[in-house]
Design a protein around this ligand. Structure first.
Ligand SMILES: [Zn+2]
Ligand SMILES: [Zn+2]
Length: 175
C-alpha cells in the first residue's frame, strides 16, 4: 500500500489537481502517492486538502486515518470526504460555467446544451490521469450524480462565480 502524505508546501509552485489553483507556500498540501504509470517508482499528485475531499475522498480518508493532519479544517474535510466518498459520479463534476457554444451534448440526457445555459464539466480520474470528458446540464446534475447532495461540491468549485450567478446555478441544479 502506498503512503499518502500531508506536508507543508515548500514553495508556491505546485498546483492543486482538484481545482487547478496554486497551492500557497507554507500551507498544508495533500499528496496522493501512486505507482507511476509512465515508469518506475511512485509519483505524487498534490491537492489542497479541502479540494481532495471532493475529488479524491478515498485516499484522503486513508491519509487522515494514518497520519496526524493538524489543519484547522480537519473535522470539516473529514466530514465532507465521508459524505462524498460513496458517490463516484459526484467526484467527477467540476467548475460550473455557461456553455460557450450550443454544440456539446449532455452526457446525462444526451440533448444538446444550449448556448449560455449552465453546464458542469465531467473530469474522470483514471490511471493517474485527470481527463475531461464532456459536460452535463446543471439541471441534470442530481440525476447524473445519483444524489441530491451536490450543492457543497458545486459551491466548492464555483468559488469564483458572482453571488447572483451562483444563486441562479443552484436554482437550476435543484429545479
Ligand atoms: Zn484546490
Ligand atoms: Zn442534460
Amino acid at each position: 500500500m502506498t503512503e499518502h502524505v500531508f506536508e507543508i508546501a515548500p514553495s508556491g509552485r505546485s498546483k492543486c489537481r482538484s481545482c487547478g489553483g496554486a497551492i500557497a507556500k507554507d500551507s498544508i498540501r495533500f499528496g496522493e502517492v501512486m505507482p507511476n504509470p509512465f515508469g518506475d517508482g511512485n509519483m505524487t499528485q498534490w491537492h489542497h486538502p479541502g479540494c481532495a475531499a471532493f475529488r479524491r475522498p478515498e485516499p484522503l480518508l486513508e491519509a487522515l486515518a494514518a497520519d496526524g493532519y493538524e489543519g484547522p479544517d480537519v473535522r470539516e474535510i473529514t466530514r465532507q470526504a465521508e459524505s462524498i466518498q460513496p458517490h463516484r459520479r459526484l467526484q467527477r463534476i467540476g467548475k460550473a460555467e455557461r456553455a460557450s457554444s450550443g454544440r456539446a451534448k449532455c452526457r446525462a440526457c444526451q440533448e444538446l446544451i444550449e448556448k449560455e445555459a449552465w453546464r458542469l464539466p465531467l473530469i474522470f480520474f483514471e490511471d493517474g490521469n485527470y481527463a475531461s470528458s464532456g459536460f452535463i446540464h446543471a439541471t441534470c446534475t442530481t440525476q447524473y450524480c445519483e444524489t441530491q447532495e451536490v450543492t457543497d461540491t458545486v459551491r466548492h468549485f464555483a468559488a469564483e462565480l458572482a453571488a447572483d450567478d451562483l444563486d441562479e446555478l443552484i436554482k437550476a441544479i435543484m429545479a
